[in-house]
Ligand binder design. Sequence first.
Ligand code: UGA
Length: 517
Amino acid sequence: MKNPHIRVTVVDTDKRRIDAWKSDDLPVSEPGLDSIVHIARDGDEAAGRKPNLFFSDNVSSEIEAADLIFIAVNTPTKTTGAGAGCAADVAHVESAARCIAEASRTDKIIVEKSTVPCGTASILRTIFDVLAPGIKLDILSNPEFLAEGTAIRDLLNPDRVLLGSLEDDSSLAAVNALMDVYAAWVPRSRIITTNLWSSELAKLAANCMLAQRISSINSFSAICEATGANVDELAQAIGTDSRLGNKMLRPSVGFGGSCFKKDVLSLVYIAESLHLPEIAHYWRMVVTINEYQKQRVARRIIQQLNNTLLGKRIAILGFAYKKDTSDTRETAAISIILQLLAERAIISVYDPQVTAETVYDTLERQRAPYDGEVSVIRSNVKVCRDAVTACANASAVVILTEWDHFKTDRVYHLLADQKRSIFAEQGTETSGTCSPTSSKDSAVDVSDPARPSPTLLTAVESAKLERIDWVSIARVVRKPGLVFDGRGVVDSCVLRSLGLRVECIGKPSATTALQTT
Ligand code: UGA
């Protein structure tokens, strides 16, 4: 896109995938991706731009034609053999390296883009030296730091680009060549060069430290719930320290996605392999706390429902591992739903982007903690097309993904408008209302307006809400309606004004708080 003079060919052995990339229905969905692919792949006659992005399943000939090759294959956690459940499986990196070595007749630069264990470049070196003697294949490390949902934004405006290499003349020339490619849109001051091993390790280290921050704030959420502290206030107080910063401090039901757990466990395995058990233990705790958080959330919901879920319906709002994606890999929803099912609950799921088949497949693949048959998952989990249907007759509504769609801001404004006109008619003040950004979400907050009158509900209901319809949800849930906000998405004050009971992550439970006052 930014280097129209460079011909880029994406190769894959899977012809169907390549065909999808050539079509109008791209196999990956990311905001902004379509337009970039269209411009580079199809060209832009009006702007005088010729196509420079191609897709092919003819791997060998495209390797031979290339001057620079990115290896961007996946490195999942090993499922069998030594290091199973922990070590990163570099089988695809190894086979890509063999393909490159076997197909190469001319010198090339080979770039590790995949997240790999520190030391992987030496595996590549050995393969190249044995299978392609006499051909100069320089190895660089250039890890990817973009996040799902913001991938294009991250790519166009990266915090940094990291280039790792050996320090011989040939490797340094290779780094300069790759630096020139990035310099087409990234300021050179943001392009960092390091040695090969630092660069490989930096990607793992970055993901581990991001995951560690989430486990840290989640560990504080447990302390907050037990003490009366408020985790949002805590995160704000911590995050304003410029040494700490305010990112990745959102308390949650636990981190998910294909990277954090995999990369932390990969680091754990590396530390164990290096005979550093204390270091391995330290990082393993990041994953342990994440698993604990998911169990803790499920236990808190069960407790709130009097320790019995037999025949009770629980609505789950959000199944994706984070907002703005349909990706469900390692989503916290899996473990939480399976624990609720083990208590014999009936589950209804609503997620604006995740299909019913994906929900079932995801749950069935990881049903270990639940002792039922797969068919029981299918019969006890219903996937709904809208939030109100999912919440009908639910004893609890549980928010597991931070979709903006679930926010209560529209309800707040509608309620505020209604209240203003009612109080204006009565000539009274509108004091004690909640604020859309209120951080005073304490369970003992009694400043809520009274539950809206039927007239008010009807007026609010008639409005077209682009957010989910919390007013209708408040009507259809089983009383007393409980909302458990595992993502800090809703203004609990607003929901309480609709007559709902609200429990939040990192804030003491309404029952505990009332008992202790
Ligand atoms: C992560 C990293 O953020 C990227 O820098 C990295 O390139 C990428 O992994 C990768 O290795 O490919 P990603 O997994 O797409 O990106 O998503 P994040 O936005 O980091 O979120 C990960 C999980 O943490 C999500 O479940 C999210 O909901 C959760 N999270 C995030 C929190 O619970 N609290 C927060 O404050 C932030």
